[in-house]
Design a protein around this ligand. Structure first.
Ligand code: IPM
Ligand code: MN
Length: 368
């Protein structure tokens, strides 16, 4: 099997973490005899500095020709004073739009070995396993009109959804819930916003076609609280673009570090995979970033773009194993003097070694 992956490392810690993720993908390719090909192109701040634009046409073209895109992170303080359309983030938004993926899957999982990393009590986070389905191409991020009228000191953005945009992402949520614990929590602000009223009515209607799935609705403010109080009550959380952006960062508290969270965007012509964390300019280049979010993102890439479910699970098992072995990057060590703090590459290397052991064991089992 051949798989063409376009890697767009981006800014800050992006290159460090995608480097580890591609190592792990190469291991899967070598041992499974797959032909994975990697190309690397600029996006975000590095692209602005090299070519004056956050999404150069060559990068976009390569993305559209690829089978999957793996993104690191974008953003840097040097661009803070620029208007949104000229910032590094615009590159990611343009890429998302061009690839067409509208359903951004963001799992948030309470690893037993990281229970003490969460500021929440272990008995609260224990067993939590949530999958956010964040709508990625609509809402305030893309709605028109938008602008900043400097003269009159006012600015506006538009939260807009069509019924069709809600239907297609709702279907994804109900489908994935069918393979999980069969519950969808749809999150909106229907007590205030017309868009949310359309959202709620549409999701309720689509739910009729999935009689095996339980649907509940929550207002986004209440959801923000319930996520911290009773995270185990959630299975699939379906929500619009900005609410999903905010709630998925909040859900990192359940796992213990934003550096752990992966994501994959499906439904378009090419799927896009990006860890949930940002470019973290404050720690960039120091070799201390947590690569596990990017590595778990690579697992999602294998699951959704290569149909390699077993290999995806082997990567996830390897991550769980290195955590059980006590490996911790700085974000996971929480200042504990007893813990040996691993660098980005040590952590990546350890996942790579465990993965190789798992693959070897499986191959020798098949040989007898
Ligand atoms: C995310 C990020 C992006 C978003 C930025 C970088 C545009 O925060 O993927 O969560 O807001 O979607
Ligand atoms: Mn975000």
């Amino acid at each position: 099997m051949r798989l063409n992956v376009l890697v767009v490392p981006g800014d800050g810690i992006g290159p460090e973490v995608t480097g580890q993720a591609t190592q792990v993908l190469r291991a899967v390719a070598d041992l499974g005899g797959y032909d994975f090909r990697f190309r690397e192109m600029p996006i975000g701040g590095v692209a602005i500095n090299q070519q004056g634009t956050p999404l150069p046409p060559e990068t976009l073209e390569a993305a559209l020709e690829s089978d999957a895109v793996l993104l690191g992170a974008v953003g840097d303080n040097e661009f803070n004073s620029l208007p949104p359309e000229r910032r590094p983030e615009a590159g990611v938004l343009q890429l998302r739009k061009a690839l067409g993926g509208f359903a951004n899957l963001r799992p948030s999982f309470a690893y037993p070995t990281l229970a003490s990393n969460s500021p929440l009590r272990p008995e609260v986070v224990e067993g939590a396993d949530i999958l956010f389905v964040r709508e990625l191409l609509g809402g305030l991020y893309f709605g028109e009109p938008r602008s900043w009228d400097r003269e009159n000191k006012q600015a506006w953005n538009t939260m807009r959804y069509t019924r069709e945009e809600i239907v297609r992402v709702a279907r994804v949520a109900f489908e994935v819930a069918g393979k999980r614990r069969k519950k969808v929590t749809s999150v909106d602000k229907a007590n205030v916003l017309e868009v949310s009223q359309l959202w709620r009515a549409t999701v309720t209607e689509i739910a009729q076609q999935y009689p095996g799935i339980t649907l509940e609705h929550q207002y986004v403010d209440a959801c923000a609280m319930h996520l911290m109080n009773t995270p185990r009550n959630f299975d699939v959380v379906l929500t619009e673009n900005l609410f999903g952006d905010i709630l998925s960062d909040e859900a990192a508290v359940i796992t213990g570090s934003l550096g752990m969270l992966p994501s994959g965007t499906i439904g378009g012509s090419v799927n896009l995979y990006e860890p949930v964390h940002g470019s973290a300019p404050d720690i960039a280049g120091k070799g201390i970033a947590n690569p596990l979010g990017a590595i778990l993102t690579a697992a999602m890439l294998l699951r959704y773009s290569a149909n390699l479910e077993q290999e995806a699970q082997m990567i996830e098992t390897s991550v769980r194993t290195v955590l059980e072995q006590g490996y911790r990057t700085a974000d996971l060590a929480r200042g504990d003097k007893q813990t040996h703090v691993s660098s980005t590459s040590e952590m990546g290397q350890q996942v790579y070694s465990v993965l190789n052991e798992i693959i070897d064991r499986r191959q020798s089992r098949h040989a007898v």
